[in-house]
Design a protein around this ligand. Structure first.
Ligand code: SF4
Length: 313
């Protein structure tokens, strides 16, 4: 009975040897933080820039658009303001991208309209300051009032039901260490499967295998243990916590999938970011040390269900 476990002081343990193995594997990770026009900008300005850039980044070259906008906003920081964006027109936007070699893709009327909506919503909903979106999300990515929900205020972000732009924005913010986030569900799953965090009783293990909802106390304790194991892993890897968090989130979402991890099928995920591709070289990097890889019972381990579980930090 899980209830009996309530009397256990700490229902989960951190396995230091498993952290050591994972840390050694991650020590070979090389972050690819390129110097860019916006490297020296303040975090709030970087966030505003990414919010604007990704809102209009579809069917157009990512690097070209990003660099062109960064150049614009460097020359005239006012053009990144909500006020300026709320009034931008198609000819102005067209001028911004005038040296793009595929002019038919500029679609100035459509993109200017998305930017105007973004600027207007920023003014009406967030007092003109994109930083208020982050503040209002209050650490949460999903759920009512979470980051994704707040992004739905903008036409550009809400029009795709799959939230592609919201996802791309979140990943890009993490990758460039502008805002790191904890995708607690996936990370918890990865830590339990790799054996870095272990349940101390069979009843808890069973609950995890069956994906049963756990009380907030258990989930909180599990998160604390995952944080502890993450710190140990990062220390051994000699990488920053955001770097390790980013890498493991990529591993969890691309390889260590809830229903059936790719290591079992020997399939290589498509479209991995280059830095992750280099670390993994086709296979999940934990394949030789992961306890779940050789134990079908452990492969069933999932993160416990919970209501709102993903947060910035
Ligand atoms: S080896 Fe398999 S189970 Fe282990 S972390 Fe990698 S994908 Fe997940």
């Amino acid at each position: 009975m899980i209830m009996n476990d309530l009397y256990l002081k700490v229902p989960f343990d951190v396995d230091e040897f498993a952290c050591l193995s994972a840390g050694k594997i991650l020590s070979t990770y090389e972050p690819m933080l390129e110097e860019s026009l916006w490297s020296d900008w303040e975090r709030e300005r970087k966030f505003a820039f990414k919010l604007v850039f990704i809102s209009i980044c579809h069917d157009i070259n990512w690097d070209f658009l990003q660099n062109m906008l960064a150049q614009r906003f460097t020359e005239d920081p006012n053009q990144l303001s909500a006020d300026f964006l709320s009034k931008i027109n198609a000819p102005t936007f067209k001028k911004w991208l005038s040296n793009y070699d595929k002019p038919e893709r500029i679609r100035a009327t459509e993109r200017a309209a998305l930017l105007r909506d973004l600027g207007q919503q920023l003014i009406m909903r967030f007092a003109g300051d994109p930083a208020n979106i982050v503040a209002e999300a209050n650490g949460f990515l999903f759920g009512k009032g979470g980051f994704y929900d707040l992004l739905d205020n903008f036409k550009a972000y809400r029009e795709d039901p799959l939230r592609k732009k919201s996802n791309v924005l979140t990943h890009d913010l993490a990758k460039e260490q502008i805002l790191s986030f904890q995708d607690t569900d996936k990370i918890m799953r990865l830590y339990v499967r790799t054996g870095r965090v272990v349940a101390r009783t069979e009843s808890l293990n069973k609950a995890l295998r069956l994906g049963r909802p756990l009380t907030q106390w258990y989930i909180k304790t599990l998160r604390q243990m995952v944080s502890k194991a993450l710190i140990q892993t990062a220390g051994i890897a000699r990488k920053t916590i955001p770097d390790v968090n980013y890498v493991e989130w990529q591993i969890a979402r691309n390889y260590c999938i809830a229903r059936e991890p790719l290591c079992i099928k020997g399939i290589k995920p498509k479209n991995l970011p280059l830095d992750i591709e280099q670390l993994c070289n086709g296979l999940c990097p934990y394949i030789n040390s992961c306890v779940a890889y050789t134990n079908p019972q452990l492969l069933k381990l999932k993160e416990p269900s919970q209501r709102r579980s993903k947060s910035f930090y």
